[in-house]
Design a protein around this ligand. Sequence first.
Ligand SMILES: *Cc1c(COP(=O)(O)O)cnc(C)c1O
Length: 342
Amino acid sequence: MEVDLRSDTVTKPTKEMLDFMLQAPVGDDVFGEDPTVIQLQDFAANYFGKEAVLFCSSGTQTNQIAINVHVSPGGEVICHEESHIYKYEGGGIAKNSGASVRLLQGNRGRITKEQIEKWINPELDVHFPLTQLISIEDTANRGGGAIYDLEEIKKISAFSKSKNIPLHLDGARLMNALVETNINPKEYASQFDSISLCLSKGLGAPVGSLLIGSKEFINKAHRVRKVLGGGMRQAGIIAAGGLYALKNNVERLKIDHANAIALESELQKCTWVKEVVPVETNIVVAILNQPTKRDSIIEKLKSEGIKTIAFGEGMIRFVTHLDVDQQKIEYTIDKLRKLKIS
Ligand SMILES: *Cc1c(COP(=O)(O)O)cnc(C)c1O
């Protein structure tokens, strides 16, 4: 058996999703004429109660477009030190937008209004870069899928408004947070000026991310997407996968979360695991007793057909998703139970 727990990006489209994609009407989306792209964008705008949505090729692209719209060269972005926009987007903030970053530490990938407040640079002092964007990540990947408290988000949002600094959400795994907390998507989305949402992670679409915001913001984003080479033609074929995913694969994320908790329980019993970062959604991070054994443990699991990924020093990440069913979880638990680490 093969169980791929490296990431929720590895999912393959189901037959139902593929059939839906094949039947999708298409047109030239650069001319704004692809009916399926339009349908996906309208569906998401309505779902989140926002004015407009732009379908893009990846979550890196939606984040980078948002940053580019919000900041100007020499400006500064405030975010967590391990946030995806800073750590995993190839230096895009500097390269695409010429902006600097103010990196904050914080509990499991999350930052607070109190912290942010201290780092807003004084506008009238020419020494400082202008603070032009606050960006948070929910769920926080490096935080092991940790969810933000809505009350904290509301504080950050009210503060950002009072300072006239836009607030961006890297919501690559936003739906994991929303199904777990039962927060109303419209209430949640109203806190942000822009939101990036991945369709190609736990939702199971093969390609694509959505950028969500006001009409004015999306008009500007449209131009940036073109400049980055992200204008796509008969994009309805892939947008259909995203539409299918949003309509069918949101509630079932709860199954992934239950599976993650099952893995957490078993890992807690493993002698080679020091502790497991408390599971909140679909990401399980095991902290090892012997950090130097990390790669050999990953190899041993791989030889049993279980793929995992190194997650920094002495840590292994397991991610559940819609291609990991009950049987695969049971198989993994059985192998974890039998794994001998000297
Ligand atoms: C995966 C991910 C992204 C976007 O990644 P792409 O591979 O470019 O789609 C952005 N933010 C977070 C937190 C992610 O996990």
